[in-house]
Design a protein. Structure first.
Length: 145
């Protein structure tokens, strides 16, 4: 009977350990692409405001270790209107848990932009000139496996 109890205890412990490992966040980098489509004629203004009022925040999060890398791409040529985007910002987060945590950026924003009234007005303008914005988590496919 004692052997049966010990087997049950070890079985439960092994099961809990396996569940904990499966639930543990991966330490692999987690990539999200952010697409921005501006109204015709406003892409340059969007870029100016992005560089002034959002890129410094992203750089600060790299300094904090939340993000590993940030870059922006834009298409070289145009596409059909339904598939058009003006800028794609790719962010490589430390891991998926960090990418999905609810970070309160208020203190960082106040530090970076003491004039919160101007900051809020310019951020509102940046999003007003957008026609569309979407986020796409991506994963790398290992073609050699």
């Amino acid at each position: 009977m004692r052997a049966l109890v010990l087997m049950c205890v070890f079985g439960i412990a092994a099961s809990l350990n396996a569940s904990a490992q499966a639930a543990a966040p991966s330490d692999k980098p987690f990539v999200i692409e952010y697409y921005y489509k501006a109204r015709w004629g406003y892409a340059d203004e969007f870029l100016k405001l992005f560089k002034k009022n959002h890129y410094p925040l992203l750089k600060k999060e790299i300094e904090m270790g939340r993000m590993l890398k940030v870059w922006m791409d834009q298409p070289r040529y145009h596409t059909t209107e339904d598939g058009r985007w003006d800028y794609r910002v790719t962010i490589v987060f430390k891991n998926a848990a960090v990418a999905n945590e609810d970070l309160d950026e208020t203190a960082i924003k106040k530090q970076l932009w003491p004039d919160q009234e101007t900051y809020a007005r310019e951020e509102q303008r940046r999003f007003t000139i957008l026609e569309a914005h979407w986020d796409l988590p991506v994963k790398t496919v290992d073609l050699d496996k």
